[in-house]
Design a protein. Structure first.
Length: 338
Protein backbone atom coordinates (compact mmCIF):
# COMPACT_ATOMS: atom_id res chain seq x y z
CA UNK A 1 0.00 0.00 0.00
CA UNK A 2 1.24 3.47 -0.95
CA UNK A 3 0.45 6.01 1.80
CA UNK A 4 -0.37 9.67 1.05
CA UNK A 5 -0.79 12.35 3.74
CA UNK A 6 -2.68 15.58 3.07
CA UNK A 7 -3.50 18.62 5.22
CA UNK A 8 -6.39 20.77 3.96
CA UNK A 9 -6.96 23.73 6.28
CA UNK A 10 -6.40 21.58 9.37
CA UNK A 11 -8.27 18.53 8.05
CA UNK A 12 -5.87 15.63 7.66
CA UNK A 13 -6.17 12.80 5.15
CA UNK A 14 -4.34 9.48 5.18
CA UNK A 15 -4.99 7.78 1.85
CA UNK A 16 -3.74 4.24 1.21
CA UNK A 17 -3.64 3.08 -2.42
CA UNK A 18 -2.64 -0.40 -3.62
CA UNK A 19 -0.94 0.91 -6.78
CA UNK A 20 1.77 3.52 -7.21
CA UNK A 21 0.15 4.78 -10.43
CA UNK A 22 -3.06 5.80 -8.66
CA UNK A 23 -1.15 7.19 -5.67
CA UNK A 24 0.85 9.47 -7.98
CA UNK A 25 -2.40 10.78 -9.50
CA UNK A 26 -3.81 11.59 -6.05
CA UNK A 27 -0.55 13.30 -5.07
CA UNK A 28 -0.72 15.46 -8.20
CA UNK A 29 -4.35 16.38 -7.46
CA UNK A 30 -3.51 17.58 -3.94
CA UNK A 31 0.12 18.58 -4.38
CA UNK A 32 -0.34 21.98 -2.70
CA UNK A 33 -1.69 20.27 0.43
CA UNK A 34 0.76 17.36 0.76
CA UNK A 35 2.37 17.10 4.21
CA UNK A 36 4.54 14.47 5.87
CA UNK A 37 3.16 15.07 9.36
CA UNK A 38 -0.48 15.59 10.36
CA UNK A 39 0.22 16.42 14.00
CA UNK A 40 -1.48 19.83 13.71
CA UNK A 41 -4.71 18.45 12.23
CA UNK A 42 -7.82 18.49 14.40
CA UNK A 43 -9.54 15.77 12.38
CA UNK A 44 -8.09 13.02 10.21
CA UNK A 45 -9.80 10.95 7.52
CA UNK A 46 -8.31 7.51 6.87
CA UNK A 47 -9.25 6.27 3.40
CA UNK A 48 -8.26 2.83 2.12
CA UNK A 49 -8.80 1.48 -1.39
CA UNK A 50 -9.31 -2.21 -2.12
CA UNK A 51 -9.37 -3.36 -5.73
CA UNK A 52 -11.82 -6.22 -5.19
CA UNK A 53 -15.48 -5.64 -4.35
CA UNK A 54 -16.56 -7.24 -1.08
CA UNK A 55 -20.35 -7.39 -1.32
CA UNK A 56 -20.65 -8.93 2.15
CA UNK A 57 -19.66 -5.64 3.84
CA UNK A 58 -23.24 -4.37 3.42
CA UNK A 59 -25.33 -6.17 6.07
CA UNK A 60 -28.51 -8.05 5.29
CA UNK A 61 -31.94 -6.82 6.40
CA UNK A 62 -31.31 -3.07 6.20
CA UNK A 63 -33.39 -0.61 4.19
CA UNK A 64 -32.10 1.98 1.72
CA UNK A 65 -31.88 5.46 3.25
CA UNK A 66 -31.81 7.15 -0.13
CA UNK A 67 -31.41 6.23 -3.78
CA UNK A 68 -29.77 8.61 -6.24
CA UNK A 69 -28.75 8.43 -9.87
CA UNK A 70 -25.24 7.45 -8.78
CA UNK A 71 -25.74 5.18 -5.78
CA UNK A 72 -27.83 3.59 -3.07
CA UNK A 73 -26.88 4.33 0.49
CA UNK A 74 -27.81 2.69 3.74
CA UNK A 75 -27.39 4.04 7.28
CA UNK A 76 -26.86 1.86 10.33
CA UNK A 77 -26.14 4.00 13.40
CA UNK A 78 -22.83 5.80 12.68
CA UNK A 79 -21.96 3.77 9.56
CA UNK A 80 -23.02 4.56 6.01
CA UNK A 81 -22.79 1.99 3.21
CA UNK A 82 -22.70 3.32 -0.36
CA UNK A 83 -23.42 0.95 -3.24
CA UNK A 84 -22.52 2.38 -6.64
CA UNK A 85 -24.76 -0.13 -8.39
CA UNK A 86 -22.19 -2.90 -8.17
CA UNK A 87 -19.28 -0.89 -9.62
CA UNK A 88 -17.96 0.17 -6.22
CA UNK A 89 -18.88 -0.03 -2.53
CA UNK A 90 -17.75 2.22 0.28
CA UNK A 91 -18.14 1.85 4.04
CA UNK A 92 -17.92 5.13 5.93
CA UNK A 93 -17.64 5.27 9.73
CA UNK A 94 -18.54 8.75 11.00
CA UNK A 95 -17.29 8.04 14.53
CA UNK A 96 -13.78 7.08 13.49
CA UNK A 97 -13.71 9.14 10.23
CA UNK A 98 -12.62 6.09 8.23
CA UNK A 99 -13.63 5.02 4.75
CA UNK A 100 -13.00 1.65 3.09
CA UNK A 101 -13.53 1.86 -0.66
CA UNK A 102 -13.90 -1.30 -2.76
CA UNK A 103 -13.49 -0.56 -6.46
CA UNK A 104 -11.72 -2.60 -9.18
CA UNK A 105 -11.90 0.21 -11.77
CA UNK A 106 -8.96 2.50 -10.93
CA UNK A 107 -10.34 5.36 -13.04
CA UNK A 108 -13.58 5.30 -11.07
CA UNK A 109 -11.62 4.87 -7.83
CA UNK A 110 -9.60 8.00 -8.68
CA UNK A 111 -12.80 9.98 -9.24
CA UNK A 112 -14.37 8.74 -5.99
CA UNK A 113 -11.26 9.29 -3.84
CA UNK A 114 -10.86 12.84 -5.16
CA UNK A 115 -14.49 13.71 -4.39
CA UNK A 116 -14.57 11.92 -1.02
CA UNK A 117 -11.54 13.92 0.14
CA UNK A 118 -13.09 17.20 -1.06
CA UNK A 119 -16.47 16.32 0.47
CA UNK A 120 -15.19 15.44 3.94
CA UNK A 121 -12.59 18.23 4.10
CA UNK A 122 -15.22 20.63 2.74
CA UNK A 123 -17.61 19.68 5.53
CA UNK A 124 -14.91 20.29 8.14
CA UNK A 125 -13.96 23.61 6.55
CA UNK A 126 -17.58 24.77 6.46
CA UNK A 127 -17.98 23.93 10.15
CA UNK A 128 -14.89 26.00 10.94
CA UNK A 129 -15.67 29.12 8.90
CA UNK A 130 -13.69 28.31 5.73
CA UNK A 131 -16.10 28.37 2.80
CA UNK A 132 -15.58 27.60 -0.88
CA UNK A 133 -16.97 29.64 -3.73
CA UNK A 134 -17.48 28.08 -7.17
CA UNK A 135 -15.15 30.33 -9.15
CA UNK A 136 -11.69 30.63 -10.63
CA UNK A 137 -9.37 33.27 -9.22
CA UNK A 138 -6.07 34.96 -10.07
CA UNK A 139 -3.99 37.56 -8.24
CA UNK A 140 -1.84 40.58 -9.04
CA UNK A 141 -0.57 43.48 -6.91
CA UNK A 142 -2.51 42.47 -3.79
CA UNK A 143 -5.78 42.17 -5.76
CA UNK A 144 -7.73 38.96 -6.30
CA UNK A 145 -9.90 38.65 -9.40
CA UNK A 146 -12.65 36.12 -8.61
CA UNK A 147 -14.69 34.97 -11.61
CA UNK A 148 -17.94 33.11 -10.93
CA UNK A 149 -19.58 31.31 -13.85
CA UNK A 150 -22.00 28.38 -14.06
CA UNK A 151 -20.67 24.91 -14.88
CA UNK A 152 -20.02 24.61 -18.63
CA UNK A 153 -19.87 28.40 -18.76
CA UNK A 154 -16.27 28.57 -20.00
CA UNK A 155 -14.70 29.36 -16.63
CA UNK A 156 -11.77 26.94 -16.99
CA UNK A 157 -10.99 28.05 -20.55
CA UNK A 158 -11.08 31.69 -19.45
CA UNK A 159 -8.74 30.89 -16.55
CA UNK A 160 -6.27 29.28 -18.96
CA UNK A 161 -6.24 32.43 -21.10
CA UNK A 162 -5.52 34.49 -17.98
CA UNK A 163 -2.74 32.16 -16.81
CA UNK A 164 -0.89 32.63 -20.10
CA UNK A 165 0.22 35.84 -18.41
CA UNK A 166 2.82 34.50 -15.98
CA UNK A 167 2.67 37.81 -14.13
CA UNK A 168 -0.67 36.67 -12.74
CA UNK A 169 -0.67 34.35 -9.74
CA UNK A 170 -3.09 31.47 -9.35
CA UNK A 171 -5.45 31.61 -6.37
CA UNK A 172 -7.66 28.69 -7.35
CA UNK A 173 -8.72 26.82 -10.45
CA UNK A 174 -12.24 26.08 -9.18
CA UNK A 175 -12.87 26.87 -5.50
CA UNK A 176 -11.17 29.81 -3.75
CA UNK A 177 -11.74 29.82 0.01
CA UNK A 178 -13.56 32.66 1.79
CA UNK A 179 -13.14 33.12 5.55
CA UNK A 180 -15.60 34.69 7.99
CA UNK A 181 -14.07 38.14 7.38
CA UNK A 182 -14.57 37.88 3.62
CA UNK A 183 -10.87 37.37 2.89
CA UNK A 184 -9.76 35.06 0.07
CA UNK A 185 -7.34 32.15 0.52
CA UNK A 186 -5.67 29.95 -2.15
CA UNK A 187 -7.09 26.54 -2.98
CA UNK A 188 -5.19 25.28 -6.03
CA UNK A 189 -5.82 21.73 -7.22
CA UNK A 190 -5.71 20.89 -10.92
CA UNK A 191 -6.89 22.21 -14.26
CA UNK A 192 -8.83 19.84 -16.50
CA UNK A 193 -9.13 20.26 -20.28
CA UNK A 194 -10.72 17.89 -22.78
CA UNK A 195 -8.39 18.73 -25.67
CA UNK A 196 -4.63 18.09 -25.48
CA UNK A 197 -4.01 20.65 -28.21
CA UNK A 198 -5.49 23.32 -25.95
CA UNK A 199 -3.00 22.40 -23.26
CA UNK A 200 -0.15 22.86 -25.73
CA UNK A 201 -1.59 26.25 -26.67
CA UNK A 202 -2.02 27.55 -23.12
CA UNK A 203 0.91 25.85 -21.41
CA UNK A 204 3.54 24.96 -24.06
CA UNK A 205 6.15 24.36 -21.36
CA UNK A 206 4.17 21.48 -19.78
CA UNK A 207 5.43 18.03 -20.77
CA UNK A 208 2.52 15.90 -21.98
CA UNK A 209 3.99 12.93 -20.10
CA UNK A 210 3.17 14.80 -16.88
CA UNK A 211 -0.54 15.06 -17.71
CA UNK A 212 -3.03 12.76 -16.00
CA UNK A 213 -5.75 11.14 -18.09
CA UNK A 214 -9.01 11.31 -16.14
CA UNK A 215 -11.90 9.18 -17.41
CA UNK A 216 -15.09 10.17 -15.60
CA UNK A 217 -18.25 8.06 -15.31
CA UNK A 218 -20.81 10.65 -16.33
CA UNK A 219 -18.70 13.07 -18.34
CA UNK A 220 -16.11 13.05 -21.10
CA UNK A 221 -12.43 12.33 -20.57
CA UNK A 222 -10.22 15.15 -19.36
CA UNK A 223 -6.49 15.74 -19.19
CA UNK A 224 -5.41 17.09 -15.83
CA UNK A 225 -2.62 19.58 -15.20
CA UNK A 226 -1.39 19.64 -11.63
CA UNK A 227 -0.98 23.22 -10.41
CA UNK A 228 2.61 22.38 -9.49
CA UNK A 229 3.42 22.28 -13.22
CA UNK A 230 2.37 25.87 -13.85
CA UNK A 231 4.89 28.71 -14.00
CA UNK A 232 2.36 30.95 -12.25
CA UNK A 233 2.92 31.31 -8.52
CA UNK A 234 0.19 30.50 -5.98
CA UNK A 235 -0.77 33.60 -4.02
CA UNK A 236 -3.75 35.62 -2.74
CA UNK A 237 -4.04 39.29 -1.80
CA UNK A 238 -6.14 41.44 0.52
CA UNK A 239 -8.33 43.30 -2.01
CA UNK A 240 -11.05 41.59 -4.03
CA UNK A 241 -12.60 42.12 -7.46
CA UNK A 242 -15.72 39.94 -7.55
CA UNK A 243 -17.09 39.19 -11.01
CA UNK A 244 -20.29 37.36 -11.94
CA UNK A 245 -19.85 36.06 -15.48
CA UNK A 246 -22.52 35.07 -17.99
CA UNK A 247 -22.22 33.91 -21.57
CA UNK A 248 -23.72 35.80 -24.49
CA UNK A 249 -23.83 36.01 -28.28
CA UNK A 250 -22.18 39.45 -28.19
CA UNK A 251 -19.21 39.99 -30.49
CA UNK A 252 -17.42 41.98 -27.79
CA UNK A 253 -17.45 41.45 -24.02
CA UNK A 254 -18.99 43.98 -21.67
CA UNK A 255 -18.52 44.68 -17.99
CA UNK A 256 -20.36 46.92 -15.57
CA UNK A 257 -20.46 47.60 -11.87
CA UNK A 258 -23.43 46.17 -9.98
CA UNK A 259 -24.85 46.72 -6.52
CA UNK A 260 -24.02 44.57 -3.51
CA UNK A 261 -27.65 43.40 -3.48
CA UNK A 262 -27.43 42.13 -7.07
CA UNK A 263 -24.09 40.47 -6.40
CA UNK A 264 -25.55 38.55 -3.46
CA UNK A 265 -27.89 36.80 -5.91
CA UNK A 266 -24.85 35.33 -7.68
CA UNK A 267 -22.99 34.39 -4.49
CA UNK A 268 -26.17 32.75 -3.22
CA UNK A 269 -25.90 30.30 -6.11
CA UNK A 270 -22.14 29.86 -6.30
CA UNK A 271 -21.26 29.96 -2.59
CA UNK A 272 -24.17 29.88 -0.12
CA UNK A 273 -26.08 27.07 -1.84
CA UNK A 274 -22.86 25.94 -3.50
CA UNK A 275 -24.12 24.84 -6.90
CA UNK A 276 -21.16 23.48 -8.85
CA UNK A 277 -18.92 22.77 -5.85
CA UNK A 278 -17.16 19.38 -6.21
CA UNK A 279 -18.96 17.36 -3.54
CA UNK A 280 -20.58 13.94 -3.13
CA UNK A 281 -23.75 14.44 -1.08
CA UNK A 282 -23.49 10.93 0.41
CA UNK A 283 -20.30 11.97 2.23
CA UNK A 284 -21.21 15.58 2.97
CA UNK A 285 -24.70 15.24 4.46
CA UNK A 286 -26.07 13.00 7.19
CA UNK A 287 -29.57 12.43 8.50
CA UNK A 288 -30.77 13.33 11.99
CA UNK A 289 -31.73 16.45 13.93
CA UNK A 290 -28.17 17.23 15.03
CA UNK A 291 -26.97 17.17 11.43
CA UNK A 292 -29.87 19.33 10.23
CA UNK A 293 -28.96 21.95 12.84
CA UNK A 294 -25.32 21.77 11.69
CA UNK A 295 -26.43 22.27 8.08
CA UNK A 296 -28.42 25.38 9.03
CA UNK A 297 -25.36 26.78 10.83
CA UNK A 298 -23.24 26.15 7.74
CA UNK A 299 -25.79 27.89 5.51
CA UNK A 300 -25.81 30.94 7.81
CA UNK A 301 -22.00 30.98 8.04
CA UNK A 302 -21.68 30.81 4.25
CA UNK A 303 -24.17 33.65 3.85
CA UNK A 304 -22.28 35.79 6.38
CA UNK A 305 -18.94 35.18 4.66
CA UNK A 306 -20.50 35.98 1.28
CA UNK A 307 -21.88 39.28 2.62
CA UNK A 308 -18.49 40.20 4.08
CA UNK A 309 -16.80 39.38 0.77
CA UNK A 310 -19.28 41.49 -1.21
CA UNK A 311 -19.19 44.43 1.19
CA UNK A 312 -15.43 44.97 0.77
CA UNK A 313 -15.15 44.01 -2.92
CA UNK A 314 -15.54 45.78 -6.23
CA UNK A 315 -18.57 44.02 -7.74
CA UNK A 316 -19.02 43.53 -11.49
CA UNK A 317 -21.25 41.77 -14.00
CA UNK A 318 -19.22 40.37 -16.90
CA UNK A 319 -21.01 39.59 -20.16
CA UNK A 320 -18.62 37.25 -21.94
CA UNK A 321 -18.26 37.06 -25.70
CA UNK A 322 -16.96 34.14 -27.76
CA UNK A 323 -13.69 36.07 -28.18
CA UNK A 324 -11.67 34.78 -25.21
CA UNK A 325 -8.71 37.04 -25.93
CA UNK A 326 -10.94 40.12 -25.77
CA UNK A 327 -12.53 38.72 -22.61
CA UNK A 328 -9.09 38.29 -21.09
CA UNK A 329 -7.95 41.83 -21.80
CA UNK A 330 -11.15 43.27 -20.37
CA UNK A 331 -10.91 41.18 -17.20
CA UNK A 332 -7.24 42.09 -16.71
CA UNK A 333 -8.11 45.77 -17.02
CA UNK A 334 -10.03 45.46 -13.73
CA UNK A 335 -6.71 45.19 -11.88
CA UNK A 336 -6.07 48.82 -12.84
CA UNK A 337 -9.46 50.10 -11.64
CA UNK A 338 -9.44 52.18 -8.48
Amino acid sequence: MKRITINIFGFGVICECPTSELAIKIEKDFHYFLERSLTGCKKILTLKLFTEINETVIPRNIVVTKQTENSLYYDERHIRYNDYYGEAISVFNYQTETCDLYCPDLNFAHELIYLIILSRSGRYMDQNGWHKIHASAVHRNNKNLILMMPSKGGKTTQLCYLLQDQGLDLVSDDTPVVDSKGQIHPFPLRIGLENKDHIKKFFPYVDHDDLVSFQRKKYSQKYLISCQLLKNKVKAGQQNILVAGIRSTHLKPKIKKISKFKMFKYTLEHMVVGIGLPTIVEYFLRTGLKEHISNIKIFISRAWAALKLISHAQNYLFIASSDFEANTELLKSLFDER
